[in-house]
Design a binder for this molecule. Structure first.
Ligand code: SF4
Length: 468
């Protein structure tokens, strides 16, 4: 297949979707309830409840704790053999009662595991039956997200949980003029969420940020044990989401999904939906700030103009280290797209782009982001596992790999440096503090990319050098 754009002929033959295989080898995605649990961890006073077996909740706790280095309580309805045969209604009711008694939560977020989905548990009906026997004051709101992992990745679980939370709680509470903004940041780091909140506040906008795990999963040292960590989006604020002047929803691939939290608020309450890619790199940070400027009616604050200037200066200083470098990028679709958008701004050619996500939007999104003349060399893998990604990387022989820590084995086997981004990062400190967004995030990412390349050249030098 060929196409012409700006008089440049390019071929799309290398852009492919991996064929369906009977088993994934080392999946490049995580389980869907993990994404939902992450969203619930970003709601103030909430407790996530996995409806399924203990192994699922243990795996998710282990993954989240290892990355965020914080205590992560996730309740479980504890399926056994009998539950698998007769259904989980009794277990779910008992789990809800235990959580209410032990945690006194402001919200319980239920996510279903593969087993409960496979046996066909009617969880909405179970919750309805449970609530029918309670007084309104005795139980918090209960949000249910359907998250069969065989139908999606942790990203689908994440976005479905955001949508389910908004669909359950949001209303139009005030008759006064709409004000403030709903911000749906997508699956970014706690440092990213903090930075987005600072940027929004700099425009004088009151923001409902969902989820907000910037404190719950990256908090300070405790002097005494807290059953539920401080921080998170207040349930009341979510209930007022219908009063906002606009919703800003971030994610390149998510922008192509019809049913999202921002779309629902637009449809139900007329809250204007602004759907953008992750604000990574110059263009997409510009777009995010312009959106905030349009919603608030205020100009972009000086502090961000200054940060933009420092970023441009940094790129000029270091362009010789990165220009015409070839990179492989893998991970969640929105993150891959965000990273690729930035790489194209600094002269790095993305030659392999892989994701375990299978929304079928990634290829189109990347075609829009990558210059036509570069695409002939670009292989895009959707719904891929690490075996498929490593095969493509070994063939392309890029200078650099960018992705989460599960790609370390590939990087080691191929002797190609790995720059760690996203989630999970299990073999380094500071995963929760990695900043990807904004001009400052771009500067930090640029330094790490340039330094990884410099380090490899320095280590490979016969004489060694201490001055560039
Ligand atoms: S069985 Fe399903 S829900 Fe449980 S850990 Fe595995 S993928 Fe996740």
């Amino acid at each position: 297949m060929t196409a012409s754009e700006n008089n440049v002929e390019y071929t799309l033959k290398q852009i492919e979707i991996t064929p369906t295989v009977s088993a994934a080898q080392n999946a490049c995605k995580l389980c869907a309830p993990l994404g939902a649990a992450l969203v619930y961890k970003g709601i103030r006073g909430a407790v996530p409840l996995l409806h399924g077996s203990q192994g699922c909740s243990t795996y998710i706790r282990r993954y989240l704790i290892s990355h965020y280095k914080e205590p992560v309580d996730i309740a479980c309805s504890n399926f056994g053999e009998q539950t698998a045969v007769f259904g989980g209604a009794v277990n779910l009711k008992l789990a809800l009662e235990n959580i209410c008694r032990q945690y006194e939560p402001s919200l319980i977020g239920v996510a279903t595991t593969c087993l409960s989905e496979t046996i066909g548990d009617d969880v909405p009906m179970f919750i309805k039956q449970y609530l029918a026997g309670q007084t309104a004051a005795s139980v918090p709101p209960i949000v249910h997200t359907s998250t069969p992992s065989y139908q999606g990745s942790h990203m689908e679980g994440f976005h479905r949980a955001v949508l389910a939370t908004v669909a359950t709680l949001a209303a139009r509470q005030k008759e006064t003029e709409a004000a403030g903004v709903n911000l749906f940041p997508g699956m970014l780091s706690p440092a990213d969420i903090r930075h987005l909140k600072e940027m929004t506040a700099a425009f004088g906008l009151a923001a409902m940020v969902l989820p907000d795990y910037s404190q719950t999963l990256d908090g300070g040292l405790w002097e005494s044990y807290h059953r539920i960590p401080a921080g998170g989006t207040p349930v009341d604020a979510i209930a007022h989401a219908g009063d906002a002047a606009a919703s800003i929803e971030l994610g390149h691939a998510l922008a192509h999904v019809a049913e999202t939290a921002a779309a629902l608020l637009d449809e139900r309450f007329g809250v204007r939906a602004v759907r953008l890619g992750f604000p990574m790199g110059i263009r997409h940070t510009d777009a995010f700030l312009q959106a905030l400027s349009a919603v608030s009616g205020r100009p972009v604050p000086t502090v961000y103009r200054e940060q933009r200037g420092r970023l441009l200066d940094t790129l000029v200083d270091g362009h010789k280290h990165v220009n015409n470098i070839r990179a492989a990028v893998y991970g969640e679709e929105d993150l891959v797209a965000g990273i690729v958008a930035f790489l194209t701004e600094i002269g790095i050619h993305p030659v392999v782009c892989g994701s375990g996500g299978h929304s079928r939007h990634l290829t189109g999104v990347l075609e829009d982001l990558v210059p036509a003349s570069w695409r002939a060399e670009m292989t895009v893998l959707e719904g891929a596992d690490f075996t498929a990604i490593e095969t493509a990387v070994a063939k392309a022989q890029p200078d650099l790999i960018i992705g989460q820590s599960k790609g370390y084995a590939m990087s080691r086997r191929l002797s190609i440096p790995l720059v760690r981004v996203g989630f999970p990062i299990h073999d380094r400190m500071g995963g929760s503090r990695l900043l990807h967004v904004g001009y400052e995030g771009a500067m930090a990412l640029f330094d790490r990319i340039a330094n990884a390349l410099i380090e490899q050249r320095q280590d490979g030098s016969e004489v060694g050098y201490t001055y560039m």
